[in-house]
Ligand binder design. Structure first.
Ligand SMILES: C[S@@+](CC[C@H](N)C(=O)[O-])C[C@H]1O[C@@H](n2cnc3c(N)ncnc32)[C@H](O)[C@@H]1O
Length: 274
C-alpha cells in the first residue's frame, strides 16, 4: 500500500493506487510508469479500489485524482486534474495587468518589466500559468509526487493549445526549502527576482475551498512548515517575495509584509528584499 506524503509534514496519509481506465498501449504504458514512479499498485478499472483512499486514474486523455474514502463531499463526481487551458488569460479580467497577483510581483501597465519567478509551491500550476501568460519565465517546484504527476500531465496537455505560455514554465519535483538554499548561494544574476509562495491556507470556519484544493489538501497536507519557506525565500529572491494569503488571514510568521495587494477573497503580501 502506498502512502502519499513521505516528504511533507502532515498527519494525513491517504493510501493510493493507480487505475488504468483507457484502451491503448500508450495509456497502459503511462499507467505502469506512473505506478512505478509513485510506488503504488496498478489496479484494473473493473476492480473497485475499495482498499484505497484515492486513485490516480489514467484516462484516455489525462491524469485525474478520484477520492474513494474519507470526507464524503470529496467522494465521486468529476476527478481533479490540472486544467491550465481552462484558466482565463484572454478576456478582459483574465488578461488584465491589474490582477493583484500580477501587481504584487511588480508588473506595471505600460512597462515591459517581467520578473523571473520561482514558484516554490507549484500545486496544480494555476498561478504559474497566470504569471507565464503575461510573459514571466517561471520555475515551479512541487514536492508532492502525486500533485507533481498531475501538474506534469496538465502542462504537457496545455503545451498543445498554448505552446508559448507553456514554454515559459519549467517544473521540478523537489522540496523547495532545499532548492531555495541552493539558489541563495548562486550569483545574483542566476537568482530569481521574485520568489512566490502559496502554501495551503489555515483551515478556519470561513475557509471555503474549491473541491480541487480540498483534494489537494487531502494528499499534500496543510503545509505547516511554510514559515521555513518564507525564511529561505527571503535569502534567495533578488527583488521580492510574494505570499498568497486569505483576505483576512494572518501573514506567515516572520517579518511583516510591506505592502498587500488585495483581491475579493485573497491578498498577496509583498516582502521587498535587497
Ligand atoms: C495551495 S497549493 C498551491 C496552489 C498553486 N499556487 C496553484 O496555483 O495551483 C500548495 C502546494 O505547495 C506544495 N508545497 C508546500 N510546501 C512545499 C515545499 N516546501 N516544497 C515544494 N512544494 C511545497 C504543496 O505540496 C501543495 O501542492
Amino acid at each position: 500500500m502506498s502512502h502519499l506524503t513521505p516528504d511533507a509534514p502532515s498527519a494525513v496519509q491517504p493510501t493510493l493506487c493507480v487505475v488504468l481506465n483507457a484502451e491503448g498501449s500508450d495509456r497502459a504504458n503511462a499507467a505502469s510508469v506512473c505506478a512505478r514512479e509513485l510506488g503504488a499498485p496498478l489496479c484494473d478499472s473493473d476492480a473497485l479500489p475499495g482498499d484505497f483512499d484515492v486513485a490516480l486514474v489514467v484516462t484516455a486523455t489525462r491524469l485525474e485524482l478520484r477520492v474513494f474514502r474519507g470526507e464524503k463531499t470529496l467522494i465521486g463526481g468529476r476527478g481533479v486534474a490540472c486544467n491550465l487551458s481552462a484558466i482565463d488569460t484572454t478576456t478582459g479580467p483574465g488578461r488584465s495587468l491589474g490582477q493583484p497577483l500580477i501587481k504584487a510581483v511588480g508588473i506595471k501597465r505600460r512597462n515591459p518589466y517581467r520578473p523571473k519567478v520561482l514558484d516554490v509551491t507549484a500545486g496544480l500550476g494555476e498561478d504559474a500559468w497566470v504569471l507565464a501568460s503575461v510573459g514571466c519565465e517561471v520555475s515551479a517546484c512541487e514536492r508532492n509526487p502525486v500533485t507533481y504527476a498531475l501538474l506534469a500531465d496538465g502542462l504537457r496537455r496545455a503545451s498543445e493549445s498554448a505552446p508559448d505560455i507553456a514554454a515559459r514554465i519549467d517544473i521540478t519535483r523537489s522540496d523547495s526549502v532545499s532548492v531555495l538554499k541552493q539558489v541563495a548561494m548562486s550569483a545574483p544574476a542566476h537568482r530569481p527576482a521574485v520568489v512566490y509562495l502559496d502554501p495551503m491556507f489555515p483551515l478556519g470556519r470561513k475557509t471555503a475551498e474549491r473541491k480541487a484544493m480540498r483534494v489537494l489538501r487531502m494528499i499534500c497536507g496543510d503545509d505547516p512548515d511554510a514559515d521555513q519557506l518564507l525564511q529561505a525565500a527571503l535569502l534567495a529572491a533578488t527583488n521580492r517575495v510574494v505570499v498568497k494569503r486569505p483576505l483576512r488571514g494572518a501573514p506567515l510568521p516572520g517579518p511583516a509584509p510591506s505592502v498587500c495587494h488585495k483581491g475579493k477573497s485573497l491578498r498577496f503580501d509583498v516582502y521587498p528584499v535587497g
